[in-house]
Design a protein around this ligand. Sequence first.
Ligand code: CMP
Length: 136
Amino acid sequence: MNNIEQTLSIIKPDAVERNLADDIKDIFKKNNLNIIDAKKIHITKDEASEFYKVHQSKPFFNDLCTYLSSGPIVVMILEGKDAIKNYRKIMGATDPKKADENTIRRLFGISIDKNSVHGSDSTENAKKEIDFFFKN
Ligand code: CMP
């Protein structure tokens, strides 16, 4: 069965700032993740806090929201077979030092905070995250 899914990708400020968006988009295309919508935006800290609210009890929450709102980001809807799992595999572990070779975070991430990309972790969160950025 073809399990065609959509997932949300964010290219974070550290990667946008280093002009890595096109390199990252090339990796999506090579891995059969089609970009069906994309926009470059600069969100406020309040918007970042709303987006990351599942992490609000974590010690890193404040820094995380300050960081995501510190510069432009590129948000995208990716679509393809098993897109959620496929994207998480090519993204690599949250901490770039622990990510497998040739994953996006291993190639481009600087630290656990500046890890270049975000991706949805489940079908439910993919829908919520896509709606957050793309439903008006
Ligand atoms: P992301 O996949 O965007 O989801 C939450 C982010 O919190 C994560 O990537 C990291 O960039 C950031 N973060 C900072 N510290 C930690 C930590 N100790 N564990 C997990 N995520 C962290």
